[in-house]
Design a binder for this molecule. Structure first.
Ligand code: SF4
Length: 420
């Protein structure tokens, strides 16, 4: 079996907003193995993207990782920090939450990198695409030459007004170095951008959506990361371009051997790309396992509902069968102390009115489910009447806002919207 490159244990990320505490990610655990594609799937508002941002330490204020451990395998780093921080080293693994922020920053891009959801808003419109990729290359080179410490170009004089004027007068000065420019062009070529020399000097608005997504992948690869977190990398693209970008990710993975954590709401993308998958709901991973565990031998009714809402080409003309109801509010004071899916679950029982634990379906297996159905047959505990949660809903709307900062009002569908 392949070794874990990342072990996430009990991760919780909260946002402290004016409306109250939002439990965006709650006690999430999973492992990602070297060279695999691990997928995270769920509808909008389930906590997928915040999980990805937490892994690369990019949760900004008012958010904060409040609990959990992120064990990353890096023998060199383990040796470097073992003496000073013995409690956060376990063999070749280092708990990234226990090391100084400067260490985590130095790992970003070089060890763990991220492709963001929306390339159009992620690129700086006032710099050429080549410059921005070259900057990522430069950061990686500085990190390599000064391990565990890095300084972005923005710290230096390169962005002064004088240098901006100079950059327009002398285009080659826009790049930190000729080497980083050449590497940026190589990376653009690697991701299939035609005429990369010319394209490197173009601005983001001159790229099509598909090309910009490729450029973002090039930027994420600049540091030759071990783990690439790809957050909805194809959401904004049309179907043909989606297929091209997915093919590209597969090719790059085969070439470089990197590990990919793929975040998507699209079960088709999961089936096509992933080795293993975690299904998220209400900030939790409610079922995880191999594709076979989740697609064929699933236990959690939410997983079953998601799969049931996928359009079936065999029954053209039939209606879609979405999971009824809405994703739960993630506001702490509105979250009920029970299974978060109970108000939408067709198999809700009295036993579900307590928080279900993570349970392995087989003692020595990897298929883990957060649902009482791992131990009980439906009906072994008294089923809840259909109107059981109506009073709860009425109470919640009387007591204050029923909106989550993260919740969507869409019915669940694996293709129901973007992630967050
Ligand atoms: S714990 Fe109960 S309510 Fe929750 S998903 Fe399982 S059966 Fe449904």
């Amino acid at each position: 079996m392949r070794e874990d490159v990342l072990r996430v244990e009990g991760l919780s990320t909260r946002f402290f907003t004016g409306e109250g505490q939002v439990n965006a990610v709650e006690n999430v655990s999973f492992d990602v193995r070297e060279g695999e594609v691990f997928g995270i799937v769920g509808e909008s508002g389930s906590g997928k993207s915040v999980t990805g941002l937490s892994l690369v330490d990019l949760v900004g204020s008012p958010g904060e990782i409040t609990d959990g451990e992120l064990w990353y395998r890096d023998a060199e780093l383990a040796d470097e920090v073992r003496e000073e921080f013995p409690d956060v080293v376990d063999g070749e693994y280092v708990d990234l939450r226990g090391v100084p922020e400067s260490v985590r920053t130095s790992l970003r891009g070089t060890s763990l990198s991220m492709i963001f959801q929306d390339p159009e808003s992620s690129f700086n419109p006032s710099l050429t695409v080549g410059e921005q990729i070259a900057e990522a290359v430069e950061v990686q080179q500085r990190a390599s030459s000064r391990p565990r410490s890095t300084r972005a170009r923005t710290d230096g004089e390169e962005y002064s007004l004088g240098s901006l004027v100079l950059s327009f007068a002398l285009p080659s000065r826009r790049y930190v170095s000729e080497e980083s420019r050449e590497r940026a062009i190589e990376l653009l070529e690697l991701v299939g951008i035609p005429d990369p020399v010319e394209r490197a000097d173009e601005y983001p608005h001159e790229y099509s959506g598909g090309m910009l997504q490729r450029a973002m992948i090039a930027q994420a690869l600049a540091g030759e990361p071990d783990v690439l977190v790809a957050d909805e990398p194809t959401t904004a693209l049309d179907v043909t371009i989606q297929a091209q970008v997915l093919d590209l990710l597969s090719e790059l993975q085969a070439e470089t051997g990197m590990t990919i954590l793929l975040i998507t709401h699209n079960l088709g993308v999961i089936a096509r790309m992933c080795d293993r998958v975690g299904v998220m709901y209400g900030g939790e991973i409610v079922e995880r396992g191999t594709l076979e565990d989740v697609f064929r031998d699933n236990v959690h009714p939410y997983t079953e509902g998601l799969l049931g809402s996928v359009p079936d080409l065999e029954s053209v003309g039939g209606s879609l069968d979405p999971v009824p109801g809405n994703v739960p509010s993630l506001l702490d004071h509105e979250m009920e102390d029970r299974c978060y899916f109970a108000d939408r679950c067709p198999k809700a029982m009295e036993a579900c009115l307590e928080r279900p634990p993570d349970t392995r379906v087989e003692a020595d297996g990897d298929h883990v489910v957060k649902c009482v159905l791992t131990d009980l047959e439906y009906g072994e505990s008294p089923p809840l009447p259909d109107d059981h949660f109506e009073t709860e809903g009425a109470d919640a709307s009387d007591g204050g806002s029923n909106e989550s900062a993260d919740a969507s009002d869409k019915s669940a569908s694996p293709d129901g919207g973007d992630s967050r």
